[in-house]
Write a protein that binds this ligand. Structure first.
Ligand SMILES: NC(=O)c1ccc[n+]([C@@H]2O[C@H](COP(=O)([O-])OP(=O)(O)OC[C@H]3O[C@@H](n4cnc5c(N)ncnc54)[C@H](OP(=O)(O)O)[C@@H]3O)[C@@H](O)[C@H]2O)c1
Length: 321
């Protein structure tokens, strides 16, 4: 099968299109024929070796942490999925060897969700990593409740754009930070107030409308957008950090210690997220769609930090002959 692998850590030139043998599956796994693979910032962090102390590797390692596709084979113990089912999944593997930038990937059935018929494979591939991260950050770590005020940074990105919608859907008031070019877009997702994180007075603008500060900060991006929010933090504020390379400054904001989220794959939770999307309550944002062969270009785009919506790689056509 065709796959994009790395043989070592390094720049985008490490991403090579090669032929790999078909992956084996265990009794608890299914083999997914990949239609669309999504590109996440964690992919280039892994490629660069930034996470080598946290993730185990076996080279050549196939890149990619989330896909949509069709079940091609099921293990003997798998009950909820059958050959031909359309699925989506966050590929959270203990050992990075078989990944999503490939024609086939083996997956534990417990991490898979069914793709609703009214979602395209592109929309489905944009949901797992960002959906799990937004859901777990808002509702499990921060325990966001109806009527609370949440500040979401990096709101135009893959995670932030889903977090804005999930928080609005849960009845929270959303303040979002993004570059000016993305303000209209973020407002269209439901944010009540959108600020530019590079404007030195952004916290004052928020405080003018929300003098009691914020109940939750969901920091899809830290740095100035989190540091500048310090005046909005009170002793009861819950702060969720996503960056695996958080600084000491990001970990303590005023009186509050930030909580670092490491998202986990959970098939039952992904079924709920996919259903919200099927009902139109969550709109996955599709960014550039490139052929698998252009994975290096896709990584360069993701590393620019300013693409809007999810960068996708087409692995197979919707109706492969
Ligand atoms: N911990 C976990 O389990 C987990 C899971 C998923 C993702 N993550 C992390 O979460 C972060 C966001 O992921 P993503 O997929 O949403 O990324 P993304 O799609 O690349 O979005 C990044 C967003 O950040 C904004 N941004 C860029 N530079 C910024 C700056 N200096 N200050 C504030 N905002 C800035 C950009 O907005 P503008 O263009 O509007 O400036 C962009 O919309 C990444 O660091 C990723 O590694 C962590």
């Amino acid at each position: 099968m065709k796959a994009i692998v790395i043989h070592d850590f390094g720049g985008p030139e490490q991403l090579q299109l090669v032929d790999r043998p078909m992956p084996p599956i265990t009794h608890e796994q299914v083999l997914v024929a990949v239609r669309v693979a999504a590109v996440n910032p964690i992919d280039w962090r892994i490629r660069k070796g930034q996470l080598k102390d946290f993730v185990a590797y076996e080279f050549p390692a196939i890149m990619g942490r989330e896909v949509s596709g069709v079940v091609a084979q099921v293990g003997a113990a798998v009950r909820d999925f059958a050959v031909g089912d359309a699925v989506l999944v966050f590929l959270q593997q203990r050992l990075m060897h078989w990944g999503g930038y490939a024609e086939y990937v083996p997956v534990e059935a417990a991490k898979l969700a069914h793709k609703p018929a009214n979602l395209s494979f592109e929309q489905a591939a944009a949901l797992p990593v960002a959906g799990h991260t937004a859901w777990q950050g808002l509702f499990e770590v921060a325990q966001l409740k109806r009527g609370e005020v949440v500040l979401i940074t990096g709101a135009a990105g893959g995670v932030g754009s889903l977090a804005v919608q999930l928080a609005c859907d849960a009845g929270a008031t959303v303040i979002a930070s993004a570059s000016p070019a993305n303000h209209e877009f973020v407002r269209s997702l439901g944010a009540a107030l959108v600020v530019d994180y590079q404007a030195p007075d952004f916290a004052a603008r928020i405080a003018a409308q929300f003098p009691a500060g914020v109940d939750v900060i969901f920091a899809a991006f830290a740095g100035v957008s989190l540091q500048g929010a310090r005046p909005l933090v009170h002793a009861g504020t819950r702060i969720v950090l996503l960056s695996p390379v958080a600084t000491e400054q990001d970990l303590q904001i005023g009186p509050v210690s930030s909580q670092l989220l490491i998202a986990r794959a959970d098939g039952a939770q992904l079924e709920k997220i996919a259903q919200l999307a099927a009902q139109g309550r969550l709109r996955p944002q599709i960014g550039p769609l490139l052929p698998l062969e252009q994975a290096a270009r896709a990584h360069e785009m993701s590393e620019s930090h300013h693409t809007r919506g999810k960068i996708l790689l087409r692995v197979a056509a919707d109706d492969p002959a």
